[in-house]
Design a binder for this molecule. Sequence first.
Ligand code: SF4
Length: 397
Amino acid sequence: MEPVPYSLYLHIPFCHHRCAYCDFNTYAGMENLITAYCAALIREISQVAGSAVDKLPVHTIFFGGGTPSLLPLIWVEQILETINHCYSLVPETEITLEANPGTVDGDYLRGLHNLGINRLSLGVQSANPDELRLLEREHDYFAVIEAVHLARNAGFDNLNLDLIFGLPYQELDTWEKSVNLTLDLSPDHFSLYALTLESGTPMKHWTDRGLLPEPDADLAAEMYEWAAERLDQAGYQQYEISNWARRTTDNVYRACRHNLQYWRALPYLGFGAGAHGFAAGVRTANILSPRAYIQRMEKSAHRQFPRSSATANLIEVDQQAEMGELMMMGLRLTNDGVSANQFKTHFGESLSDVYGKEIEQLVRQKLLEWVPFEDGLHLRLTPYARLLGNQVFAAFI
Ligand code: SF4
């Protein structure tokens, strides 16, 4: 049997400015660390590859952040060269880089494309100037139009646009306008996220103090349902709670293969400050601070796979935990859900033996449904349950 190919996630924890709602592991004003950070990243990529028994096959690479488009091309090149040298890239490996409109120009995008980056993910968030200001995004919608135009000219034919809904003061018609305007840009993929107010963020602080209204959950649900219908009409098929993709003219479905790896609970390695990984039955999490990460990787020594000198936390995943995680992640896939046969093959126990009672109850509540596929029955969320995912997932963990 062919070994399951891995996915690689590379975290770039630098931003020009920290947006008001952001709780990612990212830092403003630390761009002077980029060179040392990239050198550390290269050491970690090599260190983990060196501790694996074989040269691992890789089929997706994702530069996430933060703002990966702050990386100079020379470092993107050196990182990709290291990966190419240490891992065995399958033909047509998907290589995504997240970029913020306003941080990229034509030369930079052409450079990325020439280096092999073949998927670009742009953080648009909204087309409305007031909403962008509230989020403290540094770009306006003209910068989005320009970035899409430059990306297409640079050769990118696989583009994702991220949007956020459920903002304080946002109205259904401003949301509709954002979706319609971005549809005009004809990307291959959309990610639509509901705003969550995370503690420690300025936006949470403002709402707690009454300086900003709480987002309206019912209105956010209406926005989600409207967008799902609108994207469906426009030819995009939903495949995950927050993700839609369409087919190209040569019938390639442009779902994000990297994120599918997470949702199918397949192995991935995470490199960089705060990056997470899952491989060989363990979950790893790296140290959060970029400075501490750089220091740790200076003392690079042999570690047992998939650990690195930057690993700060490690959890061994037993079969029961893995089953729970597979349910939680797999049920996010709105079309495929979880295949009963694949579950049985992987764990040696059937879905009904392990979760019979929970499934029966959730099916009775019309939150889950069994659907016939070529390889047998799949269990998935009902359309009604797509906004109630957390309630369903809780039954399995
Ligand atoms: S650009 Fe993205 S990662 Fe950076 S602060 Fe804003 S939301 Fe966070």
